[in-house]
Design a protein around this ligand. Sequence first.
Ligand code: URP
Ligand code: ZN
Ligand code: ZN
Length: 459
Amino acid sequence: MSLLIKNGEIVTADSCCRADIYVENETITRIGRDLEAPPDSEVIDAAGKYVFPGFIDPHVHIYLPFMATFAKDTHETASIAALVGGTTTYIEMCCPSRMDDALEGYHLWKSKAEGNSACDYTFHMAVSKYIGETESQLREIVRDGISSFKIFLAYKNFFGVEDCEMYQALALARKLGVIVTAHCENAELVAQLQQELLRAGKTGPEWHEPSRPESVEAEGTHHFVTFLENTGASGYVVHLSCEAALKAALAAKERGVRIHIESVIPHLLLDKAYAARAGLEGMKHVMSPPLRDKRNQHVLWNALNAGLIDTVATDHCPFDTEQKLMGRDAFTQIPNGIPGIEERVNLLFTYGVKRGKLDLHRFVDAASTRAAKIFGLFPRKGTIAVGSDADLVIYDSSYNGIISSASQYVNNDYNGFEGMPIEGRPAVVTVRGKVQARDGEFVGERGGGRFLKREPSHF
Ligand code: URP
Ligand code: ZN
Ligand code: ZN
């Protein structure tokens, strides 16, 4: 099977050129002007459109038992939504809790994706406790092709690790060349503040943010980077939401700590006023770290454009309205999470590139290339080059639309970005040379996504 994409404006993290792309057997084999193809090739005219490398979402939750319920998507629904929005690879958080066996959890998470995802995929392996068998289990998981761990400083007694466990996880990661991603909020402070607010009768979703204020995230970030500094491990702060936490991470970077930073699309575009809306509307916008005071967004966008924030992910985590209402009497019972896997690329393009806040190459870098480099997928993924997988997004920057839950593929009954205009969307999305989505519709093969084995690279 071969595919020829003609006349597109090929944009990568560091270059731009008008050329044709020829794909054979899942791989890009030629890039150049006026390429010829055999008569049976599929030919797509990309004139007037950008051609981007397939986008990578490095932080999603699909199968997730959490807060007494389960996130709503399956790999079938989430991957289709991802593809329609231009994401061709995702990295799911494999999150067994402290009560679960890590290796069993890993096999369970893997089995949920196998044969069901239409995207290519891999996992960050959560280390939720560190006991006798943890080291041998993690070594086995790394041998199976996982080269990143995840730790939670938050979610006390569920996902959250003690300091001694974090130290051991980081020390092992350092030995194995594995990078450790971390949710950075001080769990004890969150627990204390939650109880104090509830005791004072402050039960609505607007109290979620005050229960985990910016200082709590800054402390968590500082705590994590201090552990990185003293173990020599390489780290990645997930969903960094505010200036105070950014300062803690950047100060560590200046000291030579090996640290990367991710922000997520909700924190770039939504602020805490959304979670302060009355009742269910507020609950829909509860996630952790919480949506912040708007002043932080300007800081995040600037740091993103400057490349100080490495990646933009989603932290996709869909809970429907019935699940959100579990927290009607206490904000601490609202399942945390905002979906975004379908919208991330279009929102970042519209509110970043089109509004002049994000350079076009940095957009590609932040939404694709940098994640591929950090997480051991480059140059197979994250770029357009001879030898790379033919994951391509032909992008129509003249499209105008409105985000609406009525037309989404994500398995949820609302959309946290409802009503927001978008200016651009994928016209064609390919995974390894196969067309999977066209103009907002999934047209591909269900379950054809592949597990991506990754080698440790953070020595
Ligand atoms: O609110 C969030 N972020 N839900 C998903 C779990 C996590 O912390 O990433
Ligand atoms: Zn998190
Ligand atoms: Zn998450």
